[in-house]
Ligand binder design. Sequence first.
Ligand SMILES: [Zn+2]
Length: 232
Amino acid sequence: MIHLVCPIDRLPLDDNLRCGKGHSYSRRDGTIDFIIGDVKDNDLLDKVAPLYEDIWAPLGFVITARTTYSSVLKEAALFTSGDQFLDVGTGPGKIFDYVRCNECYGLDISFKFLRILRRKRPSVVGVRADARSLPFPDEVFSGVSSMFVLHMLDDPGKAISEISRVMKGDGKCALGLLTKSGFLSNLLSRWWKIDLKTEVFYTGLLEREGLEIVKTKRLGIWSIIMCRKAKA
Ligand SMILES: [Zn+2]
């Protein structure tokens, strides 16, 4: 078992999810909740959450990438599979249908998505937390994925730094990102209110955080980046 830490100061948590400085977290419906107070979930994603993995994601993906959503998740899962695995921005956790892991963690900010994850994939630990401040100690995961999420953050560099921190030496990562590629990506980024970046911007961030780029692949408006952390 991975011992969770306080996302604010990274002190270890006791059995009641309390850190030495008195920050305290809770369990709700099988999900560990690190968000204190009320954070407004993304309205659009919340509305599509119940339909997301069966309809919205596959359909949107075929249109924008001309390939299937499941084939991309399968490839990312194959690359990152390992003993300890984390999916950041997991949504309903579709990638766990393909990933092989002994300790499996799915992290999201949306409680609605995590409830679906827990119902459909009860072996996965659901964690509600901010991707920019992960409640895990350093170097505990052999694989981390984050598919089609990080481009929505204002500061993706913070999340990438956190992903690198929790990865073991020689650990593997897979990222799926909306990147600049012409008309359709410009249109979608305006609609989703995303500050659109290039693929090179993201590979630069990864390299700065000690992650080596193993492979990049462009699928329509999406960049799929496979990476690896240097051996300790
Ligand atoms: Zn604390």
